[in-house]
Design a protein around this ligand. Structure first.
Ligand SMILES: Cc1cc2nc3c(=O)[nH]c(=O)nc-3n(C[C@H](O)[C@H](O)[C@H](O)COP(=O)(O)O)c2cc1C
Length: 264
């Protein structure tokens, strides 16, 4: 464990997966080793990376419709391990994580990583709104404490393991075949032109470049939008609106606090 280089590899439009990733990654080493940042929320300039057995990668992605967010799947495909230990994390909005954790572990194994631990954490739902919140403010301090404990346990596991290949295969929750997503009609946030000051933050920050200037106004493409709601949550003028019946359904039906599930 001594010489492992730790990388946080995450796709996280509204930052909850990133927080969980760092919660785990920064607790792995008792000493103050810097964690290598590898954010894939945006298309990166590099052509991906190949990690070796001296690396330890913490991968964290959001759950969309009980599966790994599709853009995360696409971006993860550029990264390869070479018998590289990995901690697989999914973050979901207090409803259910379905088959996402199994899917993530399978993707990582296919790419040459060896999952040593996995977990599903809870993050504020992308469709949560101040007046109708779901999992508001999560991951919170208790979640980050759980993430730190997981990081410490992973260190112990690696310290006590002579050879990764001898480790029993990690079992996580999920079904095969995975849940099949029924794609609904494409939608996207609408811009309130009365509030929008055209600062361009949403244009710069959209993970999939779905937002652009058009005819003197800000326009979000329904074809490209993944409904991650980053633009909605970060607009300083509250000019981005994404109205969906799910906001109320989630708020009403999934109010009961769920706790992280850890597989190690
Ligand atoms: C299109 C879409 C689908 C989602 N599907 C689920 C889901 O099936 N179950 C769930 O509990 N949360 C779901 N969520 C909520 C996200 O998993 C949750 O908000 C997560 O914390 C977002 O991660 P991020 O902050 O890293 O972007 C969904 C969010 C979006 C945008």
């Amino acid at each position: 464990m001594e010489n492992k280089k730790i990388t946080a590899l995450y796709y996280s439009p509204t930052h909850t997966s990133a927080k969980v990733c760092y919660g785990v990654a920064s607790a792995i080493n008792s000493r103050e080793f810097a964690v290598n940042d590898c954010e894939i929320t945006y298309e990166r300039e590099d052509d991906g990376l190949i990690f070796g057995s001296d690396d330890l990668v913490v991968v964290s992605v959001p759950v969309y419709c009980s599966r790994v967010a599709p853009v995360a799947v696409e971006r993860l495909s550029k990264y390869r391990g070479n018998n590289t230990p990995v901690i697989a994390l999914v973050v979901y909005g207090n409803r259910d994580y379905g088959d996402a954790l199994l899917e993530l572990c399978d993707i990582l194994k296919e790419s040459g990583f060896i999952p040593i631990a996995a977990a599903a954490f809870i993050g504020e739902h992308s469709y949560s709104r101040a007046e109708m919140p779901t999992a508001e403010g999560r991951p919170d301090m208790a979640d980050i404490e759980d993430a730190s404990l997981l990081g410490a346990k992973c260190r112990e596991k690696l310290d006590s393991c002579e050879n990764l290949a001898d480790m029993p295969e990690l079992k996580v929750k999920g079904n095969m075949p995975y849940f099949v997503v029924n794609h609904s009609a494409p939608t996207a946030p609408a811009v309130d032109d009365a509030l929008c000051v055209q600062c361009g933050l949403c244009v710069d920050n959209c993970p999939v470049e779905a937002i652009s200037y058009r005819d003197g106004s800000i326009f979000c493409s329904t074809d490209l939008c993944t409904k991650c709601c980053r633009c909605v949550k970060e607009c300083p003028e509250n000019a981005m609106l994404y109205v969906t019946p799910y906001t109320e359904i989630l708020h009403t039906k999934f109010a009961l606090r769920r706790e992280p599930e850890i597989f190690i």
